[in-house]
Ligand binder design. Structure first.
Ligand SMILES: *Cc1c(COP(=O)(O)O)cnc(C)c1O
Length: 237
């Protein structure tokens, strides 16, 4: 099978999974967006997904991401999401070339993104990444510090705070994952009592998107199930 066909088939499969997971918990499937995570896959894979109707793409590494965005300028209507850890010396290209950043976990990064967002562009959409399992080594704001960060980020002029994102520890089994997603849903609902315009809960990946949807995910970020395995340095196509 050609790359085009297999990516189109995989996308169809993932869309059905989203559809079924939504119906299984009484949600409208249209309330969930699919973000295709194309990190470490070549631009040809992104083009194949685009031809199969996909519009939202996620990248994790600033350098790679910015190169791909530049190469794919001609693809009209692509929405680019930055989802990886962001160092302060890499904020400028992300502020200039992306539509969303899901991985903001400290004020310094948010301030730089706001300052560096070009005036002619709409505000950059922001999700705050939460370290929901209190993992020592992981990115993300501690749940206890979320309210303060949200308040500060919400005041930055060139950002639009949209919601929350998490990457729970995948090694502890389904019940622990479900609890982490449920804890995120609760944080999100609490935050929404202060900021009713928040509309985005970014959680769930190839292996756990069904669990995340049952706990209210509005964006699922899916790489492997669409593009296949990533293999370190070189891309699989
Ligand atoms: C790579 C990545 C994904 C996609 O993971 P898969 O298991 O390949 O679906 C989702 N979110 C983030 C933040 C990632 O870095």
């Amino acid at each position: 099978m050609s790359t085009q066909e297999s990516i189109a088939d995989n996308l169809q499969c993932v869309r059905s999974r989203i559809h079924e997971a939504a119906l299984a918990c009484g949600r409208d499937p249209a309330s969930i967006s699919l973000l295709a995570v194309s990190k470490m896959h070549p631009v040809a894979a992104i083009e194949a997904a685009f031809r199969a109707g996909q519009r939202h793409f996620g990248e994790s590494y600033a350098q790679e991401a910015v190169e791909k965005v530049a190469e794919l300028k001609a693809l009209d209507g692509v929405i680019w999401h930055f989802i990886g850890p962001l160092q302060s010396n890499k904020t400028r290209p992300v502020a200039e070339h992306f539509d969303w950043v899901h991985s903001v976990d400290r004020l310094k990064i948010a301030q730089r993104l706001s300052d560096q967002r070009p005036a002619g562009l709409p505000p950059l959409n922001i999700c705050l990444q939460v370290n929901i399992d209190h993992e020592g080594s992981k990115s993300g704001v501690a749940p206890e510090e979320l309210a303060a960060l949200a308040e500060a980020v919400n005041q930055l002029p060139q950002l639009c705070l949209r919601g929350l994102m998490c990457i729970p520890d995948p090694t502890r089994g389904d019940e622990a994952l479900r609890q982490s997603f449920a804890a995120m849903q609760k944080l999100f609902e609490t935050l929404r009592t202060h900021y009713p315009d928040l509309d985005t809960l970014s959680m769930g990946m190839s292996d756990d998107l069904d669990l995340a949807i049952a706990q209210g995910a509005t964006i699922v970020r899916v790489g492997t199930a669409i593009f296949g395995q990533r293999n370190g340095t070189s891309a699989p196509l």
